[in-house]
Write a protein that binds this ligand. Sequence first.
Ligand SMILES: [Zn+2]
Length: 633
Amino acid sequence: MRSSGWMAIATTMLGSFLGEAVAVGGEDGASLRPVQVKAVSVNDHFWAPKQKVIRRDTIPHSWPYVEPSIEEFRRLATPGRPPVEKHIKWGEANLYKVLETVAYALAQEPDAALDRKADEVIAIIAAAQRPDGYLHAWSMARKLRPWDDLYLRHEGFVCGHLYEAAAAHFLATGKKNLLEVACRSADFAWEHFVHQQNAGFCGHAGMELGLVELYRVTGNKKYVELAQAFIERRGQHPERAVRYPPAYFQDDLPVRQQQSINGHAVRAVFFTTGVADLALETGDRDMRAAAHRLWESATQRKMYITGSVGSESTQEAFGPDYELPNNGYTESCAACGMANLAHRMLRLEGNASAADELERVVYNGMLHGMALDGKSSYYQNPLSDRNRLRNNNWTCCPPNLSRTVLLVGKYAYAYSDDRVYVNLFVGGTGRIPLPKTPVALDVQTDYPWQGTVKIGVEPERPAEFALCVRIPGWCRGATARLNGAEVKKLELCKGYAVFRRRWVPHDAVVLELPLPVMRMEAHPAVQAARGKVAIQRGPLVYGLEGLDNEGLSLVNLGADPQFRVEYRPDFLGGVSIVHGLTAEGKPFVAIPFYALGNRGKSSQDVWMNQQDKRENRDGWQGTLYREYRGRPL
Ligand SMILES: [Zn+2]
């Protein structure tokens, strides 16, 4: 069953992989290429401490929660032992997400003990795998036939996380122990679904994007073929759906006809990521158009201002357009998925607007999910909340959050043949393997608290290329200096300031992004935000917490709330708080949304009442949130 040739390909590619990027196989040369986690170091005051918490605290904290999965794998190696009672059918996905987090941690910082621990766990997993490659410990322990309850058993979802973890572990360590397990599993699935032409697809998407990731490190096109089969089989026989309607599984229409993102939010976002991945690797323009439609549907009509998605709790699903209640479901996994999807759309279309959404979700909806201590988390991240404590709900979200926090450096950069992209402003270095010459970027910044971003450009040898620096969609009045000289007029392309020149070592661009406190408003069709505004500064959405405001978290704002920013290094890990005055003249304090709910029970709100707010229905084309400029005089 093992596919021939992948190991040779993997070995050949390994030399160019470590610290570098994977070549894009699509036909469209405009696609951006990613950098790998190992090629980036993060050393700023915002993300570096958060990533350290993940490495130091979250990973050790995680192992006991995935022990039922490890124990299930262990027991499978000894015939006759009963299944692990506490194990759930998608539990292995959590173990794989922990292993993926470990892979990124090892890519960032050597850790011999952690490396050994990962190898021990991988050996237990490998020993349990069936000789034919099938691997789903929960089903195997219960002696169930592979793939006979496709819609509801999560085998494909679990495999998708295995493939993502395996690719990450290989890129981080150069070891093939988990990659071999993943390839045997994927080969078995290809044999079943493609070669033997058995019908169906897994009802929880995730395998598609995992297969494409596996293709990227092995070059084995069978994996793209299988991903494509799973994607194209949607909507062909929707009457097959059980318990839930077809849309729940993105199965109501063929993908090329889907106009709107629907159904279970995590499934839908993972599915769309697979569609975008497929478009990236095949150059299929219809697939690309489908990804674009679903992305626009999500970001322009169905997304919270924090980047969270999935407002309906009954089916953990996307609701109708503009239906975004403040107590919506907003699962952390869906926010993590949105970051991943935004990264794919950015690569696919090269438009900074996708990086705007990537930034929105990682600084807000995603980061809110993980507690500042890196141990407890939120399953849901609603915009209005009352007295809910963080906990260790290991249904699915915590290891999704930990892996995503460690991916932020990777998201910050990209490149094409002669362009280097800075998408997010993360202090540290990125090594970009531009074909002409490797380029090191050295980013120094106190973003998001300060708007100055210094980008040192260090090409290995002088070369002409374009440095493309994202100007955030929320930002007005950005300016730049090149080697100390003011740039009179920024050349803008697809939301990036483009600096094209012959770069030599020690060149530097300094970007100044004004960071006023803004009041944001939602599209008038968003009922839950009517007559309301949200406070935002830079990429950070703010909220009020009762603890800071005599129990109140929802206030009325007048014409001029007299906002004032104060950086508090010893508060909530170091945050800028926003002081303001209510319409009644009472002072209030707002803190970043991501930091809410870290001090025990309280009430929390994002949308504030705005006195005399006039709903302006003009100019909303393609926009769900924009700055509220007050009543016109
Ligand atoms: Zn989750």
